[in-house]
Design a protein around this ligand. Structure first.
Ligand code: PEP
Ligand code: MN
Length: 357
């Protein structure tokens, strides 16, 4: 009897190993299917296919297991296969270094953002008039810089605050860009305006409040125009990276990330500049990373130290707000630099960065 038991057990052991090898052989096929689905741009679980497989298995089930038991066992195998596909997919986000080891470079008026040198973006919080933007554009160009920002659509906390000049603001930016030979950057808040913005802007900004506006991200991914994506106010780095993936998944790989501070319990600054996000984003993605020192600190006295920290930690550049007369600015008047402060800021930053900026 014990000899017979041993034999039966040996046979079970053999079958275990056969099952193991079959399960893994199946897993390899599932991975291949996953890759094929990825190239077609579909990753989804397919319930119709799963139902067909289960029906076919049950049709051939001669027992002794009940159909419900067999269904349960196979569903676990299917689930494990699906998880394997998802892992493979997750491991290889389009924005990840794993997918593309070399840096993405976004080229704007000869500036190659992501080339290892620091690039600077200045301009008013909001476009208020042609003269106001032109004054700042003149100062920016006077320093040999090429990148100008200015908000035409302003996402304000209060609906009663200045909302921006809208299309009129985009037109002002376009004119200034042409006249001063600058690349102009401005935020778009509605998917319907993305196509329109392409004609006026060199870079479309997606602001912190819209980082997870997925329809806006998809619309931004569908155009052939660089996108500056700001980190959401309460977004984790993973959420930020996935927001960029939304854009890239639609075919637009010209993306610049921007760390702009996150909301924490600290009230000494407007937001908390998550400086360590910069090297993490640089490691995990191939995209250029800027640091917005204005909205992260919300304090004029911290703009320069924060900008130095950003460059020291490996950011591809810095964004800061400059206004001809911040005291009467229609938004963010506490933290925009005036032209004299802008001069000092640039001199200090240039000596800190060995004139590389
Ligand atoms: C801005 O850059 O104009 C802006 C509104 O910033 P954020 O979306 O980061 O708040
Ligand atoms: Mn602002």
């Amino acid at each position: 009897m014990s000899k017979e038991l041993d034999q039966l057990r040996n046979r079970v052991d053999e079958l275990n190993l056969q099952l193991l090898s079959l399960i893994n052989e199946r897993a390899k096929l599932v991975q291949e299917i996953g890759k094929a689905k990825e190239t077609q741009g579909v990753y989804r679980y397919d319930p119709v296919r799963e139902r067909k497989m289960l029906d076919q298995i049950k049709e051939h089930n001669d027992g002794p297991f009940e159909n419900s038991t067999i269904e349960h066992v196979f569903k676990e195998i299917f689930k494990a296969g699906l998880e394997l596909q998802e892992d493979d997919h997750r491991k290889a986000l389009l924005v990840s270094r794993k997918k593309k080891p070399e840096n993405t470079i976004v080229e704007l008026k000869g500036e190659r953002i992501g080339d290892g040198k620091p690039h600077l973006v200045f301009g008013p919080c909001a476009v208020e008039s042609y003269e106001q933007v032109a004054t700042v554009a003149d100062a920016v160009r006077g320093k040999g810089l090429k990148l100008l920002r200015g908000g035409a659509f302003k996402p304000r906390t209060s609906p009663y605050d200045f909302q921006g000049l809208g299309l009129e603001g985009l037109k002002i930016l376009k004119r200034i860009g042409d006249e001063f030979d600058l690349a102009v950057i401005s935020e778009i808040v509605s998917p319907a305006d993305i196509e329109v913005a392409v004609d006026y802007l060199d870079v479309i900004q997606i602001g912190a409040r819209n980082m997870q506006n997925f329809e806006l991200l998809k619309a931004a991914g569908a155009v052939n125009k660089p996108i500056l994506l700001k980190r959401g106010i309460s977004a984790t780095i993973e959420e930020f990276i996935n927001a960029a993936e939304y854009i890239m998944a639609q075919g637009n790989g010209q993306i610049i990330l921007c760390e702009r501070g996150i909301r924490t319990y600290e009230r000494a600054t407007r937001n908390t500049l998550d400086i360590s996000a910069v090297p993490i984003l640089k490691q995990e993605t191939h995209l250029p990373v800027l640091v917005d020192v204005t909205h992260s600190t919300g304090r004029r006295d911290l703009l320069l130290p924060a900008a130095k920290a950003a460059l020291a930690i490996g950011a591809d550049g810095v964004m800061a707000e400059v206004h001809p007369d911040p005291a009467v600015a229609l938004s963010d008047n506490a933290q925009q630099m005036d032209l004299k402060q802008f001069d000092e800021f640039m001199n200090e930053l240039r000596s800190f960065a060995f004139a590389r900026v």
